[in-house]
Design a protein around this ligand. Structure first.
Ligand code: KG4
Ligand code: ZN
Length: 325
């Protein structure tokens, strides 16, 4: 079995995955949403302190499995450096104590493999990753052959939901809050400009939309928030649809997947389903519980890397806050 640890942002999670069957033997996650909610976003130093408390508690529960562990996998990139370090320190300690190899996992590849928890992986795939840190489209041929074909020039899709919720003082994370509020609102009430709609670029941008929403929030009262949320969600989604439409003209999709925390958004899921229809392309989605950050997806990548003997030396393993694929 492989022990996997995730601490790239505000979720402390540990999983144990059986190598031969990919079966998830154990998975526990302690989220810090409540603690960060008062600040309207993740405070890195607070997150690191909370990981230092939560991770050892979860590891304690894994002790009965220690004798069966063959490797320890841990997220090393991308993420907040102070929180990544918490997971890496623990992984190194487990690796030394049990004399088992270390595997350094890229969190973004983890999100791709969230599609294949307890399953065989199927490639090739075109993947849209929408999370708090990333909005990007990737062509995935295999674990080791991933190309980013479009990415955000500034904020991410999920982050823009967080910022809008913060403007409205509604708490954190903003995604589920804004999605719920938007259901009651009029999507056409605010005519926000769709980002980059006249640009030939196949890229994403959310900072302009965020600022337009800020102006609308400042000029309105609480009764208008549902219409602002609905109009914002509509335009944020339409932006992705317009850019994917452009991309699909160049590279028609065959199997398409949406991953990452914001892939839980039903308005986005529905819009992409419609977009794929004329192409007859299949849509893959992660189970809702594996959309947001978790250690099961890190363990699933760990299994692939273990089989390919992609190990890291303890002395050489370092965290890297920024990562590109
Ligand atoms: O993948 P994830 O758990 O963490 C990162 O790797 O960033 O994604 C978290 C992000 C947050 O920005 C959160 O607001 C967003 O995903 N999110 C959503 C929804 N659920 C979570 N965004 C839009 N709609 C949702 N339903
Ligand atoms: Zn993530």
């Amino acid at each position: 079995m492989i022990l996997s640890i995730e601490s790239s942002c505000d979720d402390s999670a540990i999983a144990i995955t059986e190598i031969a069957t990919k079966k998830l033997i154990f998975h526990k996650k302690i989220s810090q949403e409540l603690e960060h909610s008062v600040y309207g976003g993740v405070v890195p130093e607070l997150a690191a302190r909370l990981h230092a408390e939560a991770l050892p508690k979860i590891l304690e529960e894994c002790k009965p499995y220690f004798s069966g562990l063959k490797a320890v996998a841990v997220t090393i990139t991308p993420g907040l450096s102070v929180t990544l370090v918490e997971g890496v320190i623990m992984a190194k300690a487990v690796s030394i104590a049990l004399g088992i190899p270390l595997i350094g996992v890229n969190h973004l590849i983890g999100h791709i493999f969230s599609l294949f928890i307890e399953k065989e992986a199927v490639f090739p795939l075109t993947v849209l990753l929408v999370s708090g840190g990333h909005t990007q489209v990737m062509e995935v041929a295999s674990l080791e052959d991933i190309k980013t074909v479009a990415k955000s020039m500034d904020d991410s899709f999920g982050e823009s939901f967080d910022k809008v919720a913060k403007m409205m003082k509604l708490g954190y994370p903003g995604g589920p809050i804004i999605e719920k509020l938007a259901k009651e609102g009029d999507r056409k009430k605010y005519n926000f400009t769709v980002p980059l709609h006249q640009s030939p670029l196949i890229a994403f941008s959310y900072s302009g939309l965020k600022n337009s929403v800020r102006l609308a929030v400042e000029a309105s009262c609480e009764d208008d928030y549902k219409d602002i949320a609905a109009s914002f969600e509509h335009v944020a989604t339409l932006h992705i649809i317009q850019k994917l439409k452009k991309y699909f003209k160049e590279v028609p999709p065959k199997t398409f997947a949406i991953v990452g925390g914001a892939s839980a958004n039903l308005y986005l899921r529905r819009a992409i389903k419609e977009l794929l229809k004329p192409h007859g392309a299949e849509l893959l989605l992660s189970e809702l519980k594996y959309c947001s950050d978790n250690a099961a997806m890190i363990g699933r990548v760990g299994v692939e890397m273990y089989e390919k003997e992609m190990f890291s030396l303890c002395d050489e393993m370092e965290v890297c806050p920024k990562s590109v694929i």
